[in-house]
Design a protein around this ligand. Structure first.
Ligand SMILES: [Zn+2]
Length: 408
């Protein structure tokens, strides 16, 4: 049995009745977290909401005013997951989320077209495909594809669209001899009953359960974005069909406008300008690092030349890294002097180094960690690590100072 959405892919509303409704649950990813949503599994007499299959995602829509969150296939039946219960026997009005569905039809029929032409032009067979949220991918059975081939393929598929070639759906019984001439791709393992054949007139004949446009002109346009290295000896071809091409152009243009205003150059100069900026930043980072090292040496020398200096030195600097702290500690010498250094945000996260006589350091190190909410370890008179908050840095300083005084 085929669903109404497979008999008429353009039907957006449909009246049917509820055959079964039972409690169920659905796993959903919300903000990257997997959550289980409780609801009801509904079976209908017939449906215009396509359950996932053939590489095509499921439809969304409404049963009455109850949103359908997912449609799955169970053998020959479609199961609609909804959040509130529906009465069995009740007549209901179905409505498909047409924007989502038509987008899927464009991508799916587009895939059939690209697959057929890639095979007839270059002999590259399609081994799988994915209808993605942003872009879709066809996995071709070839280790590589030349840019010129991709260009020729793009020209050829768009020519077919301009030729407004009709697309027909035939339904054949499983024992029909005509079936043998049809390649089998994208047919779910649990497919039951008659087989659907998608016939792009004079271009391709293929088994498929998905929903398709009735004429290639409904695809509007196909853009092949590029290729990526796929699994072993395969190439992934990235493509957009129809409205997605328009959306992509709109987004690209908006990005372009933002870059024009940020970079103060026209689009043709964007790559060169960013390249120059990156090189400048690298140069600045390098010279900044050099200066920071020089500053570290000067800080240490300044401390050592002070006759009044005690046996404790401390410093906080926003900019700095482990090497900066290490240079200061090395220059000062930590056989007798206890050195406590931190870099990072005033009250936020950062790094610290505690260096000095090993007895004192191993005694004070864990207390520093605790007070600054840090993680770290130490040996041979050096204790260092990362901290979450510098808020109690002043208290740590007092603690170490007290400790040094008591020793004298
Ligand atoms: Zn298909």
């Amino acid at each position: 049995m085929a669903f109404q959405c497979q008999r008429d892919c353009y039907m957006q509303e449909f009246v049917t009745s509820v055959v079964a409704c039972s409690p169920g649950e659905m796993k959903q990813e919300i903000n990257g977290k997997k959550e289980t949503v409780k609801g009801f599994n509904v079976k209908l007499q017939d449906t215009i909401l396509f359950p996932e299959g053939g590489g095509q995602p499921d439809d969304h829509g409404l049963i009455g005013d109850v949103p359908v969150l997912r449609v799955t296939r169970q053998g020959a039946e479609a199961v609609h997951f909804v959040s509130s219960a529906l009465e069995v026997g009740q007549e209901v009005q179905l409505k498909v989320d047409w924007e989502r569905r038509f987008d899927h039809m464009q991508q799916h029929s587009g895939q059939h077209l690209i697959t057929a032409i890639a095979e007839s032009m270059f002999g590259y067979k399609t081994t799988s495909w994915e209808l993605g949220r942003q872009r879709s991918t066809i996995e071709l059975d070839t280790p590589s594809m030349k840019p010129a081939q991709m260009e020729a393929l793009e020209v050829a598929v768009n020519e077919k669209i301009r030729a407004h070639v009709p697309v027909a759906v035939q339904v054949l019984s499983l024992d029909d001899p005509a079936l043998e001439q049809v390649r089998s791709r994208g047919l779910p393992d649990d497919a039951a009953g008659p087989i659907r054949i998608i016939d792009i007139e004079g271009v391709d004949v293929n088994m498929c359960c998905g929903t398709h446009v009735s004429n290639l002109s409904h695809l509007q346009v196909i853009k092949l974005l590029g290729t990526e290295k796929g699994k072993k000896n395969k190439t992934n071809l990235l493509f957009l069909v129809g409205n997605r091409v328009l959306k992509y152009a709109e987004k690209s243009y908006s990005t372009e406008r933002s870059l024009v205003s940020l970079l103060k150059t026209g689009p043709d100069y964007h790559v060169d300008t960013v390249d120059k900026i990156q090189k400048t930043v690298k140069g600045l980072q390098k010279s900044n690092l050099g200066l920071l090292r020089d500053v570290a040496v000067l800080i240490a020398q300044n401390f050592k030349s002070n006759p009044e200096r005690g046996n404790f030195f401390t410093l906080h600097k926003k900019e700095g890294d482990n090497e900066f702290m290490s240079i200061i500690a090395n220059e000062i010498g930590t056989e007798e002097t206890l050195v406590f250094l931190t870099v990072g945000e005033e009250k936020g996260p950062g790094l610290f180094l505690l260096a000095g006589p090993s007895g004192k350091v191993s005694e004070l190190g864990p207390r520093v960690l605790e007070m600054l909410q840090g993680k770290g370890a130490g040996k041979n008179g050096r204790f260092q690590g990362k901290v979450n908050s510098m808020a109690r840095r002043g208290e740590v300083e007092t603690l170490i100072q007290e400790h040094c005084k008591n020793e004298q």
